[in-house]
Design a protein around this ligand. Structure first.
Ligand code: SDX
Length: 429
């Protein structure tokens, strides 16, 4: 990286700060020496202008609507590859050879079972527990079952933990769904692909053979690719911070699942479908657009807007296409929710409020309609996002652990509370 220099002057103090350039994207100012030289911190709540790390995994150009994983465009990966190929790429940095792909698929497939005592873990939840609450609990508990892959200093153990997480997440998510609907757990089958295995674990019943629909399986695999990784988003940053303390990988991923659950992040796909249901019909759209623009109303158009994309989210375009494919395959001629979604998108994209703020549909806007058409309840939408994002969290966690300059993440603050004052006994208050 070539280094230029920026100078910050504060009163009679100044700091010459190196400016570094990456291979793509904005330069960064290395402020590591700022506090020592000037006694001042930077201040950037929400990290609108802050790069937290160096990374080689994913690049997003928000203005151009570009998303690259290890240099490959998301639309090519989604259309031409499959999810486990993208997993390999994110973890190892290169697309696999046929031999490498076969070995990777074999390894992941043979880690899909969970320790059978995990089934007892589920008995402790209410049947109507939200699948994300179950996943946070179960994934964190994996550390209690797999002591042989929690030593983060051992590269072999790190890779075993990574494989276990990628492989077991669909099994745990499917178990959460089965428990929720009172059906028996369905074990994974080693002769099925990743998405097909997940569909069967969710929708098969012991009373009859489950027929995999290849169009639906391919669509779900593509949806997993679209959600695999996304640079330093809130849940990935959570995983990195947790990992920087040396916590075991299962605990770090559980932290990522918890962060993803929020409605401003991965939870948006569930809330977005609820919003489309609440709007109900096209004629009711204007009142909701008005609410989204009203500063006194906390309502926001879910599935719209993004911290980085100020153009179309490239994933949303592929999701929209997949949505039509799935509806057609499921024989759903006219889904009123899709009509509402498409009209809502048309109106919003022509409204100055959304245009000025560069608010476009994001990955969550069409995913809910698609997943609902596949047969998933809204409560499972974010769980599916977590299944897919696990590889991104793992890849980013691995990159952070293997960074020789890695330190514990410990930001400072602008203190605006009380100055020092004497204690007053209760009889003096
Ligand atoms: C994901 O970071 C990632 O990469 C995340 C993700 C990933 O793959 O990991 O892409 C996945 O989380 C997608 C985003 C899903 N969330 C939603 O769809 C929830 C609805 N969207 C918003 O809450 C919002 O757009 C965020 C949270 C996504 C982004 O918020 P920012 O960047 O902090 O922007 P902001 O809240 O400061 O909004 C800027 C302006 C504000 O208006 P003004 O104060 O300037 O007048 O835009 C407005 C906001 O009120 N605005 C919206 C809006 N989103 C922003 N107004 C109405 N509806 C919206 N959806």
């Amino acid at each position: 990286m070539n280094a230029k220099t920026g100078t910050i002057k504060i009163g009679d103090k100044s700091a010459d700060l190196p400016v570094m350039s990456g291979t793509l994207g904005p330069d960064v100012i290395d402020i590591g020496k700022l506090y020592g030289a000037t006694g001042a911190f930077t201040f950037d709540p929400g990290f609108l202008s802050t790069a937290s790390c160096e990374s080689k995994i994913t690049y997003i150009d928000g203005d151009e609507g570009i998303l690259l994983h290890r240099g490959y465009a998301i639309d090519e990966l989604a259309e031409k590859g499959d999810f486990l190929e993208t997993c390999y790429l994110l973890l190892y940095g290169e697309l696999p050879t046929p031999k490498q792909k076969a070995e990777f698929d074999y390894t992941v497939t043979r880690h899909t079972m969970v320790h059978d005592q995990m089934t007892r873990f589920f008995q402790g939840f209410r049947r109507d527990a939200h699948p994300m609450a179950v996943m946070v609990g179960c994934v964190g508990a994996l550390a209690a079952f797999y002591h042989d892959s929690t030593d983060i200093t051992d590269p072999k153990q790190r890779m075993i933990a990574s494989m276990r997480m990628i492989a077991k997440m669909p099994t745990i998510a499917a178990m959460a769904y089965k428990y929720n609907i009172g059906q028996p757990f369905v074990y994974p089958k080693n002769d099925l692909g990743y998405a097909s295995n997940f569909l069967r674990m969710c929708f098969a019943v012991p009373c009859e053979e489950y027929q995999i629909n290849p169009v639906i399986a391919r669509a779900l695999d593509r949806i997993f690719v679209l959600h695999a990784d996304h640079e330093q988003n809130a849940s990935t940053s959570t995983v990195r911070i947790a990992g920087s303390t040396g916590a075991n990988p299962f605990a770090c991923i559980a932290a990522g699942i918890a962060a993803l659950w929020g409605p401003a992040h991965g939870g948006a796909n569930e809330i977005c479908l609820d919003m489309l249901r609440e709007i109900g019909t096209v004629d009711r759209i204007p009142q909701f657009i008005a609410r989204a623009k009203d500063k006194n109303d906390p309502f926001r158009l879910m599935g719209f807007g993004h911290r980085v994309y100020k153009n179309f989210d490239p994933r949303a375009k592929i999701m929209h296409k997949t949505c039509h494919e799935v509806l057609k395959e499921m024989g759903i001629k006219d889904d009123p929710l899709l009509d509402v979604a498409m009209e809502l998108e048309r109106i919003a994209l022509s409204d100055p409020y959304f245009i000025e703020r560069k608010l476009y549909p994001n990955v969550d806007f069409y995913s809910g309609i698609t997943l609902k058409a596949m047969g998933f309840p809204t409560s499972m939408f974010t769980a599916l996002f977590a299944v897919a994002r696990t590889v991104g969290w793992i890849a980013q966690w691995k990159e952070m652990i293997e960074d020789p300059n890695q330190k514990i993440g410990r930001p400072r603050q602008l203190y605006v509370g009380q100055t020092k004052r004497d204690y007053a006994g209760i009889d003096q208050r």
